[in-house]
Design a binder for this molecule. Sequence first.
Ligand SMILES: [Zn+2]
Length: 211
Amino acid sequence: MSEDSLRSEIVKVGSLLYMRGLAHGSAGNLSVRLDDGSILVTPTNSSLGFLAPEQISKVSPAGTHIAGDPPSKEAFFHLAVYEERPTAKAIVHLHSTHAVAVSCLCHDNSADVLPPLTAYQVMRVGRLPLIPYYRPGDRKLADAVRGLAGEHKAMLLANHGPIVSGKSLQDAVHAYEELEETAKLFFLVGNRPVSLLTCEAITELNDVFPS
Ligand SMILES: [Zn+2]
């Protein structure tokens, strides 16, 4: 897909996520990786609901601003994910309500903070590790992200929100939506006895649908 088409796709997807309430205010950011390794990322202080294609920032793999408006202050952790995941072509990072609520809970097992409720969660999201809290813009967050990104399509930043990568922007959006819906189910079932997917069922899903 050409750079112009990808810019238009980011605008369209941003608008849909905003209209559906998954993105609010100026929170969240989207990016795609171009063939030369640079990325297109949504600009700082912009609302995903009201972007124009020419506004989208272009940033080198080293983080240098090349074109468009100044990039999101969170672009550095997008670059960290791309470094560790050669197959990732797009990243969705939002502050959607249910996923952020999960990120604010105390978790016994930070290696996987959502129980395996559904097959599509296992197939599209996989295990969801929690990354400890860092203040916005803290570069130590990039190191923490780098440490987990190779093994995980989705990660959850504590008291903040998820970072989800995909083979395309559509793939990353689908995975993000699955994560948000799973977080909703997690609160909906609450403390009731839950029938979780078994280890055998998860192994079968991972064998039949490798990520
Ligand atoms: Zn954020």
